[in-house]
Design a protein around this ligand. Structure first.
Ligand code: C2E
Ligand code: CA
Ligand code: CA
Length: 531
């Protein structure tokens, strides 16, 4: 069947989809690479930020532990010690003595400190300590307060400003779509970079983020960046990747179309497709009984009907078919198609036979027997209507095997003819050995009839041989009535040639046999009317 537009559209779409695979793969792996890379960077930033917060908290804890044995209450000596400790410690901005409820009794400044809100206190791994978030009433600043409980004295508190717990704000890493947050386990935000981002909500679908939790403190660091910054940062890499993959795709496309174009111009590929598409069609050349003028059969001759309607003659494709082995599927296709096209005209006319041309290779093994049975059993053409022509031009590969195959074909009712007799290798012994039913005398000898080249002897020898071996004779390529007359005189019964009919398309051939067999009924009808 000819391939439909939809089929080709499917092929083109499928091809385009396959060609886009490299683009997709590169896009996917680039995205994966960018995300892995960016995540690794975020992780290392989060780790170092968390490390900083932990060191500051630890240092504050150590200061409080040192103070716990020397600071009693709010006496001058204790206040002096607290003042010195505050200026000696980097993270601590204020040291206080607290009351049991956690409120400031006095600080290193001597007073009760600024008004502030203290959040719920979270216990540390070291159970003597608790940590809480402080918000100053009249400022936006935040701080963490560490509280150390003591057995025989009031608790001590140390205030660590939030800014001391996160990396410096001048750090470019946390600008423009990149952010860092230090959070308490109760989800309160202690500090953020860029400054002022503490209160901003984050759309996590548009960001890539890492959440790293401390295993010693109830704190965690969240580092995030918008996906837009990723695209920005890796734009060059992505561009190179995309251009590369597009080039690869174009190359693949070019190779594939080149492959198809080369394939399409390959005659062998074209011929194979022609068979598959049903472009090889049978023509039918009638064989005539020259004494009665009636059609006794037809020879199937292959034609290549191209989609544009032009006809290619077998001389242009049979040699290729034989060389390539495509002659076998071609012969099967012709036989099947002949059944479809002229089976109905043959089914009620058992006297009309149909001849197919075989190739010498068909006699290299006996598979042809089963093929013929498969095609014609249960078809409208019976095996007893079939004639197989095997040419004398090509030597048969194994004469004994050929003889055996011919015998088995004959047992099925099939007749076998030697084609182009007089031109080939075999000679007379060949004919005798094969035991065929019919010989077809080549056009070469028919052409010579009644000319200077005419030698009676060859035709007469062949006819004599046919008579003794009880073989039918068909004269091929008969073009004139002189030739017909001569053949009739010599006792030849059947002939084929342009003088009667050229190879015909199925419809013309059927019309011819229907007219001829209708013509036989006509005189009987006339007699009936006359009577
Ligand atoms: P062939 O089997 O000897 O077929 C007879 C050729 O002579 C046909 O040529 C036919 O059209 C042509 N012919 C018939 N009467 C006349 C005439 O009066 N004058 C002239 N000048 N020519 C006439 P065609 O159809 O071109 O086939 C050529 C050859 O191709 C065939 O020779 C046969 O050998 C081969 N062929 C054709 N179809 C098949 C096929 O289905 N299978 C195989 N294996 N060979 C085929
Ligand atoms: Ca033939
Ligand atoms: Ca012939």
């Amino acid at each position: 069947m000819r391939k439909s537009k939809a089929w080709w559209a499917g092929v083109v779409l499928g091809g385009a989809a396959v060609a886009c695979v490299p683009i997709l793969l590169v896009e996917l792996s680039l995205n994966g690479y960018v995300e892995r890379n960016a995540r690794a960077k975020l992780e290392s930033q989060a780790r170092s930020a968390l490390g900083l917060a932990e060191i500051r908290l630890e240092s504050a804890m150590a200061t409080l532990v040192d103070l716990s044995s020397v600071v009693g209450g709010c006496d001058q000596r204790s206040l002096e010690i607290m003042r010195r400790a505050t200026s000696a410690s980097t993270p601590i901005k204020e040291i206080a003595v607290l009351d049991e409820s956690g409120l400031t009794t006095c600080t290193n400044f001597g007073d009760g400190g600024e008004p502030r809100a203290v959040s719920r206190e979270l216990p540390l791994a070291d159970r003597r300590f608790e940590v809480s978030l402080i918000r100053f009433r009249d400022r936006n600043d935040r701080a963490l307060r560490l509280r150390l409980d003591r057995k025989n004295a009031k608790p001590l508190g140390a205030l660590i400003p939030a800014d001391f717990l996160v990396p410096d704000t001048i750090d470019d890493d946390f600008q423009n779509g990149r952010s860092l947050r230090l959070v308490l386990d109760n989800s309160e935000i202690v500090a953020a970079r860029p400054i002022g981002d503490e209160g901003l909500s984050i759309d996590h679908t548009r960001t890539l983020g890492v959440h790293l939790k401390s295993d010693r403190f109830p704190i965690a660091v969240v580092v995030e960046r918008t996906r837009a910054t990723l695209t920005e940062e890796y734009r060059d890499l992505m561009t190179v990747g995309r251009v590369g993959s597009t080039l690869i795709t174009i190359l693949i496309f070019a190779f594939v179309s080149l492959y198809f174009r080369r394939n399409r111009s390959d005659p062998l590929v074209q011929f194979r497709e022609a068979i598959e598409n049903g472009e090889i069609v049978p023509f039918f050349q009638p064989t005539i009984d020259i004494s009665s003028g009636r059609i006794v059969g037809a020879e199937v001759l292959a034609r290549w009907r191209r989609p544009d309607g032009t006809m290619v003659s077998p001389a242009n494709f049979i040699p290729l078919a034989e060389r390539s082995g495509l002659i076998y599927p071609m012969t099967r296709a012709l036989m099947k198609r002949a059944c479809v096209e002229v089976g109905a005209a043959h089914v009620n006319r058992p006297q009309i036979n149909i001849a197919f041309n075989l190739y010498a290779g068909h006699f290299a093994n006996d598979s042809i027997i089963e093929e013929l049975k498969a095609i014609f059993t249960n078809s409208q053409i019976s095996l007893s209507q079939i004639v197989l022509e095997v040419t004398e031009r090509e030597p048969l590969p194994d004469l004994d095997l050929a003889r055996n195959i011919i015998e088995r074909l004959q047992k099925l009712g099939i007749r076998v003819a030697i084609d182009d007799v007089g031109t080939g290798h075999g000679g007379l012994s060949y004919l005798m050995k094969l035991g065929v039913d019919t010989i077809k005398i080549d056009k070469l000898f028919i052409d010579a009839i009644n000319t200077e080249r005419h030698s009676q002897t060859i035709i007469e020898t062949l006819l004599e041989l046919a008579r003794t071996m009880n073989m039918e004779v068909i004269a091929e390529g008969v073009e004139s009535f002189d030739q017909v007359e001569y053949l009739r005189r010599k006792g030849v019964h059947q002939a084929q040639g342009y003088v009667f009919a050229p190879p015909l398309p199925a419809a013309s051939y059927i019309a011819l046999i229907e007219a001829m067999y209708a013509a036989k009924v006509a005189p009987a009808e006339q007699t009936a009317t006359a009577a």
